[in-house]
Design a protein around this ligand. Structure first.
Ligand SMILES: C[S@@+](CC[C@H](N)C(=O)[O-])C[C@H]1O[C@@H](n2cnc3c(N)ncnc32)[C@H](O)[C@@H]1O
Length: 476
């Protein structure tokens, strides 16, 4: 049989999955013509398909020695080296192919992939960018470029790339999944339910309408989507400075503001408010502060130092503030659903107590832990005040109260349920006391360090201290 016919036969056999037969055909050719490059390379492909990566590498190397400028052989060698775990040799094969032809997107992609595997994200980024320049429809390069940008703390561009990829590949669920996963790491997931809380939004808008006057310079600290800043603009503010510490959110806020045609009246500043400089970020101090940076116990997102700093550096004397203040209240409660966070012992007859190494600190500096109340939570005491905040001047950063609290029901108090009333403007209050399904703030539950047995009719002395975390002491 002629070499030509043998070659056709071998290629056909490999393509149809008859690997042993194909390799035998290539072998016949090589016995007659040991330097036959297509036969060496074809044998390499066959060995690769059989999972014999080392044999494949040897064959591709022999082919490469005889045809040094054949980029396909170099690419095959690179893939075989990758499959054998020989990353450096793989990189060197792709790099040689790239030197010969720098217009091939696949070579660029694999050079990026190998650089990424070796932890060289910046180099990988360069190769992925070049891949997309050469082939904008390279799906995997979109994903990998987003990944290396994210690893280099450039979440805004990573997400922008994935959003563009979603538009290009609308049915590709993997891209949507990866975009969602990176978004969840970049910004907290409660933004959407928060924006969908109509009671919160309407209360803020009523207070903003009652507070902002035409011509005001307004500062919105923690603008998120830009919603409250847009409300202030609609209420007549001359200009709104909307600051947002999270870069991804700040980028989205800019998009939202432009989409609503308010880019000339709202400046989004991608900064933490403590880094704002009057004269640079905003021309003068603001007449009105609007801020919604409250967690379910008011203080957990740093509201106190932020508002205190604003009074010192960013607001005119006598500035108006939304909200004007808040009252935080609590009640002793039994929360059986939180018991499981305290400790484990025996489970199905096995001692799993070493897992207690994972218990969370219930009250510790920088480790504020609130849980949510559940329908099984049982309130045992009358409500008691934790603190009344007045934001119309600089709030103190720490507070302490002591209350005599009537016990209404007998039970083991293991938690304090916490809720707040936000005094947004005179006559406009938002309360989390009876939070409903559409409210995004939930009744918070802060486990007590110890458990106190309470009996109906008794009085408990509850001391509350807050200084970066809540510390409750209960004496019955
Ligand atoms: C609860 S969200 C509210 C978003 C928006 N104000 C709204 O009401 O729809 C609070 C946002 O404030 C931002 N933030 C908190 N403290 C900040 C500060 N001191 N400076 C800038 N941004 C801050 C957080 O990153 C978060 O996006």
């Amino acid at each position: 049989m002629s070499t030509e016919i043998l070659m056709q036969q071998a290629v056909g056999q490999i393509q149809s999955g008859q690997l042993a037969e194909g390799l035998a055909s290539f072998q016949l050719i090589l016995e007659q013509e040991p330097d036959n490059v297509p036969a060496l390379s074809g044998s390499g492909v066959g060995e690769s398909l059989r999972g014999n990566h080392e044999a494949a590498i040897r064959l591709f190397q022999q082919a490469h020695a005889r045809a040094p400028s054949d980029t396909q052989i170099l690419a095959n060698l690179g893939h075989a080296c990758m499959a054998a775990g020989r990353a450096e040799e793989a990189s060197s094969a792709f790099a040689k192919a790239h030197q010969i032809n720098d217009q091939d997107p696949e070579t660029c992609y694999w050079l990026g992939y190998l650089a990424e595997q070796q932890g060289e994200e910046q180099r990988a980024e360069g190769y992925y960018r070049r891949t997309l320049l050469l082939n904008p429809a390279h799906r995997q390069a979109h994903l990998q470029l987003a990944n290396v940008l994210f690893l280099q703390s450039n979440a805004p561009e990573a997400l922008a790339i994935l959003r563009a990829a979603e538009a290009r590949f609308p049915d590709d669920r993997d891209i949507t999944f990866v975009r969602g996963r990176l978004a969840a790491k970049a910004a907290p997931g409660w933004h959407l339910p928060m924006l969908a809380d109509p009671v919160r939004n309407d209360a803020f808008e009523a207070a903003i309408n009652a507070t902002v006057r035409p011509g005001d310079v307004v500062l919105d600290i923690g603008t998120g989507s830009g919603l409250l800043a847009m409300m202030a603009a609609r209420a007549g503010a001359a200009h709104v400075y909307a600051c947002e510490a999270d870069e991804v959110l700040a980028g989205l806020a800019r998009e939202v503001v432009s989409l609503n045609g308010l880019q000339d009246r709202i400046t989004v500043l991608a900064k933490h408010s403590s880094a704002l400089v009057v004269g640079e970020d905003m021309p003068r101090r603001a007449d009105v502060l609007i801020t919604e940076i409250f967690d379910s116990a008011i203080v957990g997102e740093g509201a106190l130092p932020t508002i205190r700093h604003a009074w010192g550096a960013l607001l005119v004397d006598g500035a108006r503030v939304v909200p004007e203040g808040a009252t935080l209240q609590g009640a002793l409660a039994a929360c059986p659903h939180l018991q499981c966070f305290r400790s484990v012992g025996r489970v199905n007859g096995f001692d799993v107590s070493p897992m207690n190494a994972l218990t969370q600190p219930f009250g510790h500096r920088d480790a504020q832990v609130y849980f949510q109340a559940s329908e099984t939570s049982r309130i045992l005491s009358a409500p008691f005040p934790l603190h009344a905040f007045d934001f119309r001047s600089a709030p103190t950063l720490a507070f302490e109260t002591e209350c005599q609290v009537p016990i209404l029901e007998t039970g083991d108090a293991d938690s304090v349920l916490i809720w707040f009333d936000l005094h947004l403007a005179p006559g406009v209050t938002y309360s989390t006391r009876h939070s409903k399904a559409q409210h995004h703030w939930r009744l918070a539950a802060q486990p007590l360090l110890g458990i106190s047995a309470c009996r109906a009719g008794e009085t408990a002395t509850v001391k509350t201290r807050f200084e970066s975390y809540f510390d409750f002491t209960v004496a019955v």
